[in-house]
Design a protein around this ligand. Structure first.
Ligand SMILES: C[S@@+](CC[C@H](N)C(=O)[O-])C[C@H]1O[C@@H](n2cnc3c(N)ncnc32)[C@H](O)[C@@H]1O
Length: 286
């Protein structure tokens, strides 16, 4: 608890602080995340069908790639608002936009649960792997609908359940099995908090969206070695990194061996690893 702050606000502040700290690693891994998320981003962009001149909002944009992919489709005359709650993530996205030569973009610090934009002020919304991280996803979806003009479209992605995502669960499982971490609380905000497609559909309907479509898209990660896999997870998962950094060299070795054992079913000749993953994707109309 942060003294004087209500509990929910304390939790929000702590989660945000983690994302601020995670931004460096996400910046380093931006190309890997772009590659992994490409089929998801393509699905999302197809389902909002961006048009020249439109205002497009990306929420929880992180390094910003999904919005950047759509930015050329709204030119000429259109503008992308690339947003995130973490200032450090916005810095990563600004740098990436400059590298990619994206000019029709404005960066804004926005919270998913209370989007600081006028009602009916954007034509479409994108949000890849963000909504399930909030304390109140229903509020985030209501806010998404509020800022959309009537008839505007939203496309979002959340993670499918843990059994479809060994790339994300193996490192945590290794820590838990070796007694370095508690099993994650499935009811807490996090990667798998919205992995039930029916609940996602219902939340979108309750937020006032129509024409709701929920589907699944496979993603896969290829690694040259278990060491490469672990290095990426250390960059992307603040939770894993915090525990891992506190371990002795010997304990880290044990973690690496346990990760290798758990990844064995997906390990091919030469030690390369191809780990499957699956994202839920949803599209809806305001
Ligand atoms: C898993 S990353 C996804 C980043 C990016 N959308 C992607 O697909 O690569 C989650 C992002 O959500 C942001 N985020 C977390 N909680 C948020 C909130 N309540 N409001 C807005 N952004 C948030 C984090 O800072 C982070 O950039």
């Amino acid at each position: 608890m942060i003294p004087g702050m209500p509990e929910a606000e304390t939790v929000r502040a702590e989660m945000l602080e983690r994302w601020e700290r995670a931004a460096g690693g996400w910046g380093r891994r931006a190309e890997d995340v772009r590659e992994m998320g490409m089929p998801v981003s393509v699905w999302m962009i197809e389902h909002i069908a961006p048009q020249p001149g439109q205002v497009l909002l990306e929420l929880a944009a992180g390094p910003g790639d999904t919005g950047f992919m759509a930015a050329e489709l709204i030119a000429p005359g259109g503008e992308l608002i690339s947003s995130d709650a973490a200032d450090e993530m916005l810095s990563v996205a600004r740098r990436r936009a400059a590298e990619l030569g994206i000019a029709n973009v404005e960066f804004k610090r926005l919270e998913l649960e209370w989007i600081d934009l006028e009602a009916a002020s954007v034509d479409s919304v994108l949000c890849r792997w963000g909504v399930m991280l909030t304390l109140d996803p229903a509020a985030a979806l209501r806010e998404m609908r509020r800022v959309l003009r009537p008839g505007g479209r939203a496309a979002l992605a959340v993670w499918d359940s843990s059994e479809h995502n060994p790339w994300a669960t193996i490192p945590t499982r290794a820590l838990v099995e070796l007694g370095h971490a508690e099993p994650p609380d499935p009811s807490a905000p996090g990667m798998f908090a919205l992995s039930d497609a029916d609940r996602l559909r219902e939340l979108l309907g309750d937020a006032g969206f129509s024409d709701v479509l929920v589907d699944a898209v496979d993603v896969a990660r290829n690694y040259e070695s278990i060491e490469g896999f672990l290095a990426e997870i250390l960059d992307l998962s603040q939770a894993f990194g915090e525990v891992h950094r506190g371990l002795s060299d010997m304990a880290r070795q044990e973690v690496a061996s346990r990760v290798a054992a758990l990844a064995e079913p997906w390990t091919v000749d030469g030690g390369r690893v191809r780990l499957p993953g699956r994202s839920l994707v949803a599209a809806a109309q305001a």
